[in-house]
Design a protein around this ligand. Structure first.
Ligand SMILES: Cc1cc2nc3c(=O)[nH]c(=O)nc-3n(C[C@H](O)[C@H](O)[C@H](O)COP(=O)(O)OP(=O)(O)OC[C@H]3O[C@@H](n4cnc5c(N)ncnc54)[C@H](O)[C@@H]3O)c2cc1C
Length: 479
C-alpha cells in the first residue's frame, strides 16, 4: 500500500490501538481524542503532500531498494539534491501546518541507521545493514511513520548510563535471548509517538565499554506488548477540549504532541535489532542522526516563521500601522532571520557528501550552525511578532465572550480593528500568534535536536582551530 493519503494514514492508525494515557485517563482511540487529533492532522499532511500533483517532486521520491515511488519521509537520501529537496519539503509543510508534523524524526533515524549499519558491518562483520534494509523496505512498502526515539530520561546528567542509581534511566538490554533482546527504559519528549506505526529507538549519547547494554538501536511496532505512552501537557491544552478559535491553531495544534514512551520489558526480535552492544558506534550514530535532525530546523522553522510573519503583518494591517516605518523594518528583520535559517539548511544540504553506503549525509558543521541559529533567531522572530501584535495577545477575551448576548457587542466594539475590520479577525490572528509565540513552541527550537551546547561542542570539534592557527602563523611570518 505505497503512498497512503492522509485519510488512509488515519484509518491505518485506528486499526492498531496502543496503550496511551492523557490527563490521567486511558485513551480508547488515539486518532479521535481532542488533545491528540490536531497532531494526527499535522502528520496526515505529510501523506497528503505525496498526492499533491503540484509538489510531487517534494513529496515523492524513488526508492533505492525497490525503484518504486515512495513517500519522501521514508526515502534514503542519495544525492545532495535529495537533501535540498528535503529542506524545501519541510518548509512547505511548516507553512501549511504552522506546527510540527513530526515525521522527520523517524526519517532522520532511518537515514542515520542506513549508513552507520553499513559502516559497522564493514568494520566488524556484523549483520545489521541487511536487516535494516529489510526493515526499511517494510516501512516503504507500507508507507509507515516511525517515531525516532533518541532522548532518554538521563537521571543524573553527570553520570554515564551504567553509573546511574536507577539503571533504567537509559534504555537498555535486560536480556539476550535466542529470539531477540528484551529492553527496558523510556524515551521522553517523543514527537508524534502516539500517532506513529513504529518506534525506532537509538542511544542518546556516546557510550563507553561499561555501557554496552545501553548500545541498543532497534525498531518495534507501536503496539508491541510493554509499550506504554503518556501524552504530554501543553500550554492551554484544555482549549482543545472546549473547541473553537481560542485554540489558535485548531487544525494542527502546537509542536509535535510529545509523549513519554515507556519500554516495559519489550521483546525485540533479532531481525529488528540494528545495534546491540557495539558501544563505540553509539557516538557516530548520535552525531549522524543529530546532523540530519539539525538540518531540518532551517526548513520547518522557516516555514512556521512564514506563518508568524504573515500573522504579524496582517495584524499590523488590521490595526492601521502597516505603513509605519518601524513596523516595516521589524517585518524585514523577521524575514532576514527566517531566510537566514533557510539558507543555512540549504547550505548544509548542498554540501552533503556520499558515505561508503552510497547514502548522502549533510555537512555536519553547517547543520550544527543551522540549529544553533534556530535557538536564537526563532526567539527574536517571536519577540518582534509580539511587539507588532500588541498586548492583547496576553489579555484578550475568549471566543465565548465574543458570542455572549450581553458582553459580545462590547467585545465586538472594543476589539475592532482599523476601518471595518471585525473583532473576530483580530482575535483569531491574535490567538494564532498567542499559540505560536507565547506558548511552549519556542522550547522546541531551543532543545529539539539537542540543546544549544550540543551544537557548540560539534562546532568546536568540526572547526579545526589548528588549521586556522596555521593560516594566521603563515601570514604573520611565523612559519
Ligand atoms: C518539543 C520537543 C520535541 C522533541 N522531539 C523529540 C523526538 O521526537 N525524539 C527525541 O528523541 N527527542 C526529542 N526531543 C528531545 C530533545 O532532543 C532534548 O530535549 C534535548 O536533547 C535536550 O535534552 P533534555 O531535554 O533532556 O535536556 P537536558 O539534557 O537536561 O539539558 C538541560 C541543560 O543541561 C545541560 N546539560 C545536559 N547534560 C549535561 C552534562 N552532562 N554536562 C553539562 N551540561 C549538561 C544542557 O546543555 C542544557 O543546557 C524533543 C524536545 C522538545 C522540546
Amino acid at each position: 500500500m505505497p503512498l497512503m493519503t492522509g485519510a488512509q494514514y488515519i484509518e491505518s492508525l485506528k486499526k492498531v490501538p496502543i496503550e496511551v494515557y492523557a490527563l490521567g485517563e486511558r485513551i480508547a482511540d488515539r486518532t479521535e481524542h481532542p488533545l491528540i487529533r490536531p497532531h494526527v492532522n499535522a502528520a496526515a499532511e505529510t501523506y497528503n503532500l505525496a498526492h499533491d500533483a503540484k509538489f510531487s517532486d517534494l513529496g515523492v521520491a524513488t526508492s533505492n531498494l525497490s525503484g518504486q515511488p515512495v513517500n519522501r519521509f521514508t526515502h534514503i537520501h542519495h544525492s545532495a539534491q535529495d537533501l535540498v529537496t528535503k529542506v524545501k519539503m519541510l518548509r512547505l509543510l511548516g507553512q501549511r501546518t504552522g506546527s510540527c508534523f513530526q515525521r522527520c524524526v523517524g526519517f532522520d533515524a532511518m537515514n542515520a541507521l542506513y549508513s552507520i549499519t553499513f559502516d559497522m558491518d564493514k568494520a566488524k562483520g556484523t549483520q545489521y545493514h541487511g536487516r535494516f534494509r529489510d526493515y526499511l523496505k517494510f516501512v516503504q512498502d507500507n508507507d509507515l511513520m516511525p517515531d525516532g526515539a533518541m532522548t532518554d530520561p538521563k537521571g543524573d546528567r553527570s553520570l554515564a548510563p551504567s553509573q546511574q542509581h536507577d539503571p533504567d534511566q537509559y534504555l537498555h538490554i535486560v536480556e539476550r535471548r535466542q529470539d531477540g533482546v528484551v529492553i527496558r527504559g523510556a524515551k521522553i519528549h517523543q514527537s508524534g509517538a502516539v500517532n506513529s506505526h513504529e518506534v525506532i529507538a537509538m542511544p542518546t549519547r556516546a557510550l563507553g565499554p561499561d555501557d554496552k547494554d545501553y548500545a541498543i538501536a532497534c525498531a518495534v511496532p507501536a503496539n508491541a506488548p510493554g509499550m506504554v505512552y503518556i501524552f504530554g501537557r501543553q500550554t492551554n491544552d484544555t482549549r482543545k477540549i472546549e473547541g473553537g478559535f481560542d485554540q489558535g491553531n485548531a487544525s494542527y495544534g502546537l509542536v509535535g504532541g510529545e509523549a513519554t514512551v515507556v519500554f516495559d520489558n519489550v521483546l525485540v526480535p533479532w531481525e529488528r535489532v540494528f545495534l546491540a552492544g557495539e558501544a563505540e558506534y553509539a557516538g557516530p550514530l548520535v552525531e549522524r542522526f543529530a546532523a540530519f535532525h539539525r538540518q531540518n530546523y532551517g526548513g520547518c522553522k522557516s516555514g512556521v516563521a512564514d506563518v508568524v510573519i504573515g500573522a504579524a503583518a496582517a495584524l499590523a494591517e488590521y490595526q492601521g500601522v502597516e505603513k509605519a516605518p518601524h513596523i516595516r523594518d521589524k517585518l524585514t528583520e523577521m524575514m532576514l532571520l527566517s531566510e537566514t535559517l533557510h539558507a543555512c539548511s540549504l547550505a548544509c544540504s548542498s554540501e552533503g557528501k556520499p558515505t561508503p553506503s552510497g547514502a548522502y549525509v549533510v555537512d555536519y558543521m553547517l547543520a550544527n550552525i543551522t540549529k544553533q541559529n534556530v535557538t536564537r533567531y526563532i526567539y527574536e522572530i517571536y519577540r518582534l511578532a509580539q511587539d507588532i501584535a500588541g498586548g492583547f495577545l496576553a489579555t484578550m477575551p475568549s471566543e465565548r465572550d465574543l458570542r455572549h448576548p450581553r458582553v459580545g457587542p462590547f467585545v465586538e466594539k472594543y476589539y475592532r480593528g482599523a476601518g471595518e475590520v471585525p473583532a473576530e479577525y483580530r482575535l483569531r490572528l491574535g490567538r494564532l500568534l498567542e499559540n505560536m509565540t507565547c506558548s511552549i513552541a519556542p522550547v522546541e527550537s531551543m532543545h529539539g535536536a539537542g540543546s544549544p551546547q550540543a551544537q557548540r561542542v560539534m562546532i568546536l570539534r568540526q572547526g579545526d582551530l589548528e588549521a586556522k592557527k596555521r593560516l594566521a602563523r603563515k601570514l604573520a611570518g611565523l612559519e
